[in-house]
Design a protein around this ligand. Structure first.
Ligand code: BEZ
Length: 373
């Protein structure tokens, strides 16, 4: 069997015939469409976008990779002002992340009206509440015939995935919740929100949700990039609807030891100057400490997040320690340099020792710890 890439069998040039035979592998008659054409030969990522109808309207999602037997799908949900690409591309396309994600099929859900090229909803359109957005997820999984997930959510997306996990605990194997605020807005928050609304535009309010005041006043290239994306988004009206649903969220009512709690391993992540730091700390105090890891990072450096994600999956028994790069092993020291939130250094040291000896996967699924990187 030959592929036409290595040795294009050049027949006698004849104006009525192609100057090469069709490829036996992909059967293409045209060299430029052949699987062996050098331009197409770099590893191709299988990426397909789908939409399904749900009781609350249609939802679009993009699938990367192919389903792996006996493995959950990684399902992501993005924050307000973003879509799956602007939220997760920096993380999922980060070099070190490849060795993790290649072992999983990924499903990236776009909140309705946030997908690229989404038309603006008509005036008066009733945008789904966050609880309803969570109730759309079963339709996605049913369509794909996936039974379990590891959820990765940011901000509003973290809330949605938590709500989904509360309603469907048997289908969620783990959750990575970045900058989650599980509480409904109190009247003080509403008053502050209303006041801010008098002086700030919707994009500025959303930027205040995504970034700390320090980051915003620093006006780095990253901030300028996101300010530009949100301010000039053709679907800004849709973004405002998602923003309103986020601000009208109910309390998730987590209670440690109570009935309303997350039953799966959870990794809570927050930036140490993030607007949601207190909310995430409080959330950590309400979840089962044997199932929850709390990761506080000085900023959401992808390297640190990737590494923590890898440990998290290892703790669930999904990443063999042999998958850990030497780089990430050597970085372990920096992951353990800070005391835990309750001053218990030994617990975070346990993670270090276990990880370095490659035995984290046999330990308990989670640790409550604070890690400053
Ligand atoms: C992925 O490989 O899952 C991915 C690629 C690009 C953007 C977001 C996710």
């Amino acid at each position: 069997m030959w592929g036409c890439g290595d040795n294009f069998p050049v027949l006698f040039p004849h104006p009525a015939r192609p100057s090469w035979r069709s490829c036996r592998r992909c059967r293409s008659q045209r060299r430029s469409h052949c699987c062996q054409d050098r331009r197409l030969r770099r590893p191709r990522l299988l990426e397909t976008t789908h939409s399904v109808e749900t009781p609350y309207g249609s939802v679009t999602f993009t699938v990367y990779g192919t389903p792996k037997p006996k493995r959950p799908a990684i399902l992501t949900y993005h924050d307000v002002g973003l879509n799956y690409k602007s939220c997760f591309q920096p993380l999922f396309q980060f070099g070190d992340m490849q060795e993790i994600i290649q072992n999983f099929v990924r499903v990236h859900v776009d909140a309705p009206g946030m997908e690229e090229g989404a038309p603006v909803f008509p005036l008066g359109y009733q945008y789904p509440s966050l609880d309803q957005l969570a109730d759309m997820i079963p339709c996605v999984l049913q369509y794909l015939n996936f039974s379990t997930i590891i959820g990765v959510g940011v901000g509003a997306g973290a809330y949605i995935l938590s709500r989904y996990a509360l309603n469907h605990p048997d289908t969620v194997e783990g959750l990575v919740l970045i900058n989650i605020d599980p509480n409904a807005k109190g009247w003080m928050d509403w008053a502050a929100h209303k006041l801010t609304g008098l002086t700030s535009s919707i994009p500025e309010m959303i930027l205040g949700h995504l970034f700390s005041q320090e980051e915003l006043s620093g006006n780095s290239e990253l901030i300028q990039k996101y300010r530009n994306i949100i301010t000039h988004a053709p679907n800004l009206d849709n973004i405002e609807l998602y923003w309103n649903s986020y601000n009208n969220r109910r309390d998730l009512n987590f209670e440690r030891g109570g009935d309303i709690t997350l039953k799966c391993p959870v990794m809570l992540v927050v930036g140490d100057q993030a607007p949601h730091e207190d909310a995430v700390v409080e959330c950590n105090s309400k979840l089962d400490p044997t199932q929850t890891s709390f990761l506080k990072v000085s900023n959401l450096l992808q390297g640190k997040l990737t590494e923590a994600f890898k440990y998290f999956l290892q703790g669930m028994g999904y990443m063999a320690s042999s998958c850990m790069t030497r780089l990430s092993r050597s970085r372990t020291a920096s992951l353990t340099s800070a005391a835990s939130i309750d001053g218990n250094r030994s617990r975070s040291r346990t993670l270090s020792q276990s990880s370095e000896s490659g035995t984290l996967s046999s330990g308990p699924p989670g640790h409550t710890m604070e890690v400053s990187c």
